[in-house]
Design a protein around this ligand. Structure first.
Ligand code: DHB
Length: 493
């Protein structure tokens, strides 16, 4: 009798715990403030629901929270001014604030330092609902001083935020079946990963431990600016592209906090240098490993032609990358004829037609490397990516055999490395269908080959991909919001 009572009360306890957890994750539609921001002539009025903790068992509620914004006009005249959407059909723009693999707090609608609306405010102005997720990052620590934001924390947090939106779709404005993710650099890598890795089973235990809402984390579309992704292969790609350049101008990562990464407008502290003899040897060894990687992917262009590299690093993949650069130059030139000298081109007559050849080495030598060698997996675990692959107790680890063998020290768990790279989920049936990827031609934070391979891999997997390398654009994102939202307007139709 006594025993039965005990069992019953334990069961009652469990039920109470479960319902409390569900209650925690319930969106409160009445908890908002109405605000407005003047952007030029326009007044953008919106409802702001801020600081929503999106998991039932947060380990870091400063970052595991989201802000949610809804254009106020949906509650006044119901439709947006172009008549595209209403309160329940408006797609949800989801920009993450991750930079440098550091923790990021939710973005807010604001004007930038030039008085231009940021991506959140632009989205609201254009009739989108906006959810801005925060996420843990490599420097996050828990109450016991243990690291709590190493890989895979950031992607798990973004997934948990998506699950919250889906779980509460009926009570929240916007259509959670039309979530469009956006991010820059490390945040671009996470944006792409969020799109491709939807509902992949290996993330489940992490989501369960956080008490994430029971829902799918599938999203509709991905925007990724200069994604610093494919970290296992980024060192070989970097040397294949930048091997001829020995000068570097590196960010001093030690001096940067999350705010430093997220405010790319400020002057970042940089360290100048020249590759040492040892680094040049490492560069050559890494460069020679890249063709085998590219060839293993069986990449094809839009016409089905194989994109490969010979052991010497030449081949159709390189020609394709050169054409990407040449097309970018041609597009920029046609927009502004006075702007550019064709310094990286030689004109050639091919039979009757006038062709051009892109001088790849001149282009590479025209900008400093943003990294020494190896660019990402530092032999002394000195890079932000080493930090990202640490664990609760270890500040930093390797993530390539190449650097682990030469530098010594621990290598991260193979599964954790896999779970950080969008390339490993290209065949996922639940992956988002639409991708927009940008990487500026003046960006040497990662090799252009990395986002290009991602774009080709996605295209070869049947996705709709819009890839471009804007001419002269350096490391950064959200610089072409008009075009970004025109693309979003098209894909959400
Ligand atoms: C970022 C930049 C880097 O050069 C890098 O290695 C990782 C992240 C960033 O801007 O997010």
């Amino acid at each position: 009798m006594k025993k039965t009572a005990l069992v019953l009360s334990a069961a009652a306890c469990l039920c109470a715990a479960i319902s409390a957890q569900a209650a925690d994750l319930k969106f409160d539609p009445d908890k908002f403030e109405t605000r407005s921001i003047k952007a030029g002539e326009k007044e953008v009025k919106f409802r702001a629901y801020e600081g929503i903790v999106y998991v039932a068992k947060p380990v870091d509620s400063r970052f595991q929270r989201l802000n949610f914004y809804v254009p106020a006009r949906y509650f006044e005249d119901k439709k947006d001014e172009t008549g595209k959407f209403d309160a329940s059909s408006a797609p949800i723009f989801l920009p993450n604030s991750i930079g440098g693999y550091m923790p990021g707090e939710p973005f807010t609608p604001a004007l930038d330092k030039n008085g231009k609306p940021n991506a959140v405010l632009t989205a609201l102005e254009r009739g989108y609902v906006v959810a801005t997720p925060g996420a843990r990052g490599r420097s996050s620590k828990d109450a016991n001083g243990k690291f709590s934001g190493k890989a895979s924390a950031a992607i798990v947090d973004l997934k948990a935020a998506v699950r919250y939106l889906k779980f509460n779709d009926a009570a929240m404005a916007g259509d959670a079946n039309k979530i469009i993710s956006n991010g820059t650099s490390a945040g671009g890598a996470m944006s792409a990963l969020l799109g491709v890795s939807a509902d992949a089973p290996e993330f489940e235990p992490y989501l369960a431990a956080l008490g994430a809402a029971k829902a799918s984390d599938e999203i509709y579309a991905v925007s990724a600016y200069c994604p610093v992704t494919n970290l296992e292969n980024a060192d070989t790609a970097y040397e294949w592209m930048f091997g001829a350049q020995t000068k570097y101008e590196k960010m001093d990562f030690g001096t940067l906090d999350a705010a430093g990464f997220n405010d790319r407008s400020g002057k970042l502290k940089t360290v100048h240098g020249e590759l040492s003899g040892e680094q040049k040897e490492l560069s050559a060894a890494l460069k020679s490993a890249f063709p085998a990687y590219v060839n293993s992917l069986n990449l094809k262009d839009a016409k089905g032609r194989a994109l490969i590299l010979e052991p010497n690093g030449e081949g159709s993949f390189k020609e394709y990358l050169k054409k990407t650069l040449a097309d970018s130059y041609a597009a920029a030139k046609s927009r502004d004829k006075s702007l550019l000298k064709p310094e990286f081109f030689t004109l050639e007559t091919q039979g009757c037609t006038l062709g051009y050849d892109f001088k790849f080495d001149d282009y590479i030598l025209s900008m400093p490397r943003a990294k020494a060698a190896p660019a990402f997996d530092g032999l002394r675990l000195e890079n932000p990516e080493n930090d990202f692959f640490g664990d609760a107790d270890a500040a930093a680890k390797h993530f390539t055999e190449f650097s682990a063998k030469r530098g010594g020290g621990e290598i991260a768990d193979a599964k954790i490395i896999k779970m950080a790279n969008a390339m490993n989920y290209l065949g996922n049936a639940n992956a988002a269908k639409f991708y927009r990827i940008r990487h500026g031609t003046a960006d040497s934070d990662t090799a252009l080959a990395v986002p290009l391979i991602l774009a080709l891999g996605l295209q070869n997997a049947g996705k709709t991909v819009d890839f471009a390398a804007p001419w002269g654009q350096g490391h950064g994102g959200d610089y072409d919001l008009d075009e970004l939202f025109r693309w979003i307007d098209r894909v959400v139709k």
